[in-house]
Design a protein. Structure first.
Ligand SMILES: NC(=O)c1ccc[n+]([C@@H]2O[C@H](COP(=O)([O-])OP(=O)(O)OC[C@H]3O[C@@H](n4cnc5c(N)ncnc54)[C@H](OP(=O)(O)O)[C@@H]3O)[C@@H](O)[C@H]2O)c1
Length: 341
């Protein structure tokens, strides 16, 4: 049934950026908004669920490459049902469940309704629950893009830190499919224990006294020529120093909040070490629809076949957003925080 305009709905709103995560979180307010009508080319999505990712936290801190005009509705991904379409959009979309990826200046996914365009969404595969469909863009496609880099470099093994993350779970599943070994690094013993039987070739805790010696042994054994780095800071330099000849470091996150340090210049010159970044937005911009759809098919299959679990550690209503965020930040490896609308 076509909705009646104006539509009044609720959304989370960030009044100002704040480098202090707690203050940024506490400043979030729930506000009433209005959609007067749909413009040409637009789709109205009634939201079902939206997660919080590290990029949402970085966004609230003002430390992400997407900076919206304030006050802003956060949330880079989510899923919902198409409730209406504007002029020029196929009415076949109406009633379909879609996954959304919103990276522009427009309102984000932490809202009961989102006005979107077809470039920002893909139909959710039938086998995906609303929960899975809401987390189908950011981590799965990043893992896919990173695996493309692993393959292009011809690596038979790679090292990954923050190995308790959802992204790492996708990467591990894709690596297994491609016969690539994975050396995982986490920062807590409890995370290592939870990952013990997941299929890593080696799993290390970065706070162990003999971490460097153990990593050296694993590197000698498996010859990983890619290091996928989500942490940065001094860990990048420390691990770079142990990597073999012709290795590549791909930095795709900055969870430590610190600048990369400790990379020896001789390594770059004589050991042919290279360092680069990965940005999902750039991957999307440079990838044609056919390749994206192929990736989506493979990634949905990983979920349907339960090769990834993609756990949610807490589900909250919009009103309890801050409580959910606190929980997520205290135990990120346990799973995502999901807002259900
Ligand atoms: N470049 C891109 O386009 C792109 C796209 C998607 C994701 N990413 C990045 O990928 C990373 C993982 O994202 P996700 O959504 O999969 O994460 P997630 O599931 O929310 O989990 C975050 C993980 O990071 C660990 N962690 C947090 N702070 C850390 C620190 N200072 N040192 C070491 N480990 C730390 C957590 O471990 P604890 O349980 O010990 O806290 C947890 O395992 C993030 O850095 C994110 O920004 C980048």
């Amino acid at each position: 049934m076509k909705p009646h305009y104006p539509i009044h709905y609720r959304a989370a709103e960030l009044p100002s950026y704040n480098a202090n995560t707690l203050r940024a979180m506490l400043s979030l307010r729930i506000t009433e908004k209005e959609i007067k009508s749909l413009g040409a080319g637009q789709l109205l999505v009634k939201m079902e669920a939206a997660p919080c990712n590290p990029s949402d936290i970085a966004f609230m801190q003002g430390g992400y490459n997407v900076v919206k005009a304030l006050p802003a509705v956060p949330g880079f991904e989510g899923c919902g049902i198409v409730a209406d379409v504007g002029e020029g959009v196929d009415s076949e979309w109406i009633g379909k469940r879609v996954s959304l990826f919103i990276q522009g200046n427009e309102d984000g996914s932490w809202a009961e309704y989102v006005v979107s365009t077809s470039e920002q969404l893909i139909p959710a595969a039938q086998e995906l629950s609303a929960e899975q469909a809401s987390m189908f863009f950011v981590n799965p496609f990043t893992a896919w893009g990173l695996m493309e880099m692993v393959a292009a470099h011809g690596a038979s093994c790679f090292v990954i830190n923050a190995a308790g993350s959802r992204l790492s779970e996708y990467l591990l599943a894709l690596a297994k499919k491609n016969g690539v070994a994975v050396i995982g690094i986490v920062r807590k013993e409890q995370t290592a224990a939870a990952l013990a039987n997941k299929g890593f070739a080696g799993l290390l805790v970065s706070t162990d006294n003999d971490f460097a010696a153990k990593l050296s042994d694993l590197i000698a054994k498996y010859n990983p020529t890619i290091f996928l780095d989500a942490v940065a800071g001094e860990q990048t330099g420390m691990i770079a120093g142990l990597m073999p000849f012709n290795s590549k470091i791909v930095v795709y996150g900055g969870l430590s909040g610190k600048e990369i340090s400790g990379i020896n210049s001789l390594q770059l010159i004589f050991k042919k070490l290279t360092i680069t970044g990965f940005d999902l937005n750039a991957w999307f911009a440079n990838t044609d629809d056919k390749r994206k759809m192929l990736a989506a098919e493979h990634l949905s299959a990983l979920i349907a076949e339960k090769k990834v679990q993609n756990p949610v550690s807490i589900t909250v209503a919009l009103d309890a957003l801050v409580q959910g965020l606190r929980h997520y930040l205290g135990s990120m490896s346990e799973g995502k925080m999901l807002i259900r609308f």
